[in-house]
Design a binder for this molecule. Sequence first.
Ligand code: SF4
Length: 283
Amino acid sequence: MKSRDEIFDLLNEHLVHCDLCPRNCGVNRFNDEKGYCGAGGKPIVYQHFMHLGEESPITPAFVINFAHCNLNCPDCPERARWQNPALNTGNSEHYAHALAHYLSFHDMPESIEWIGGEPALEIKYVIETSWILKDILTDCPPIYLNTNGYFNPALFDCMAGAINGFVFDLKACADCAPKLCGARDYWPFVTGNIAKAIDDFGAEMVIIRHLVVPGHVRCCTMPVIDWCRKYAPQATFNLMTTYRAFGEHACGNEALPPNEAAIAREYAINAEFESLLINGDYI
Ligand code: SF4
């Protein structure tokens, strides 16, 4: 395993000509230059709270949301929220101690989750803060990266020792990803990263979440289930049928029609995953 100094050097290299994700913008994030995602030199945390509605194996989860994302999903519920004023979290040292102080006065959660936007855009802050948290919290719960999976696979080498597990959002099939996520190369990168996370961290530390989008059961949900059944059968699969359209970007239906939810649910059950959740709960 790489030393912390070696990891720091690697992360600095990724940030100085930003290639943290497949968009490869090449901007110098240390100079606050911004690429496609809009993230600059200073991470912005726009909310953090104890979440009681995450997947049951990791709930309650203390979640930390960063602003900015490298995808462009028309129905994103978070994009409007991160226009809120940033929390004054300070540097990694300051934030880790503040979190540890808070957690020491509450029942310890089942997990800590870095979420976005997309947390991989702030991976240096995530890793450094996670290291410090683990150093000062003897009973630190597992730390998860809750990610869209669209990041540079080279980052896995930097995560060991900081991140324990992953919640991947596998959103769409290869054909629909440009429309639903705004990325033509979404499918090979995200499925490749899920497979690598399973290899490196173990299937028991990987949750794959799929939100069924109205009108996309046969083109997206079924291929997603098929892929997971074939390449990630021991990971936990969470089928979400709770779609709601958000704001002016909403496309199609306001909610998932009941008949589409029933088809998706039956298909997931018939796939016979070792660990299947529907809307976050074991069935
Ligand atoms: S993280 Fe942002 S700036 Fe860096 S390559 Fe991806 S989109 Fe571009």
